[in-house]
Design a protein around this ligand. Sequence first.
Ligand SMILES: [Zn+2]
Length: 505
Amino acid sequence: MGYTGTMSAGSAERSNRFRAMHFAAWMLASVVSTIGCDRTGPTFDELSPPPVPQRIDAPTQHVVPGRPNLVLISIDTLRADHLSTYGHDRPTSPNIDRLAAESVLFEHAFSHSPKTASSHMSLMTGLYPESHRVKNRMTGGQEWLGSLSADIPTLAEFLEAAGYSTHARTGGGNLHADIGFARGFETYSSPTSSYGSAIFKSSIGRLESLARSNQPFFLFVHTYQTHSPYLPPKRYHDAFVDPAYAGRITTDHNELSRGKGSDFSNVYEAFWSRVDPKSKSDQQHLLDLYDACIRFVDDQVGALLDRIDELGLRENTLVALVSDHGEEFGEHEGFEHNALWREILHVPLIIRVPDSVRPGWGSKRIEATVGLVDVLPTLLELMKIPIPTHFQGSSLAPIVESGAAGRPWAFAQYRLWNQNSLQAGNWKLLRRGPIAQVFDLSEDPAEMNDVGPTRPEILADGAEQVDRILEASRAYWPLVREGEAAELDSEQRSRLEALGYADDG
Ligand SMILES: [Zn+2]
């Protein structure tokens, strides 16, 4: 594939055109309701919010013998239900399926934000977005930060303190080093081609050199391969796309970069300018391209897994595979990831733990509701590193090893339009500014029918719990110094303004 641009800051955002349409559709949906049925089950008023923190614990030097390596793979924008192992009806993921068959797979893992920087920072800090306050580079929210506070430690810093050799290969953009993601890493780089296999090739190269050392290592691999514009290589394209498609969407790089050049944002805008959002045929075509991209990145994952085996690393290496958020394809009249619907928050979470590292983690599928904030404490426990007191997530080891219940709710937020969501049991509350909706997931897993008007008590209890979670999260603010504001250059600034993202918080 000819496209070699890297993802520039903020380019991953949607245009005003789509956002306005999405919001109008959402407003319309909010006045449609159905009659709720009587049911019993967990309700929002039974939940305990996260405790109010007293302090932030810094990483401690803690070196124990026989520590396992960690390979953490984040496939940006990968919704769980488009992997075969999560029930997709197309063969998108034979290699990830193979990993899942040897791993603990969490059926109900949720992201806390639909945006890349906020979500990854929750993964890396064990804190909700409202607590770490890191946002995508181009999105607003004045009291939020351009980079992570130096007082909040990250996964890489915990492992650095524990004597690990730490390395990252990412797609850049909203995982830019300046935001705080590079802290704790010996090397943190974004290969020039964020599309294609360059990131995985570079990761495998690093893995080979790490395998020759006796020092334990942490390798973080991140790719935008399944983020739009969906541009799969031809072989994968042809395996998933209907040859009879007659719409305007193209994956021809020359056509997409004609006139304006091959910058990510130009290709991105050119791709989406051809999409007719009302066309079912275009929606299906986007899904086909997305599945083809998943199949492509799945082969990259397969190559990495094979190399782990060939280098003899398997028995002392943890492998975790996650995504930061999913993707919408018109289910709720929108595209990409700017809302808190299930298709945007339900993400894969797969952790492979060799018996020799910790028994009880063989091939299992876990039903409990879990979140990305739980990943960091879980990994630290598996690596025998003390878990700090300030995390908002919890280790999943008790759930996996002894069937403990865990936290029964999942929280998410996005500062655009002041969106929050809370899911507990069969209920989901969705707030956008002054508008709130409630969905009964037992009857309406696709979140189509707002039962709020007939269940005002559920709606009120859910809203109160959301406010308590936000309040507990804001208690982190006075405990930390603010991060340095990430600088935008003039071109980034003008693009931001052109896209209407200058002040959307
Ligand atoms: Zn993302």
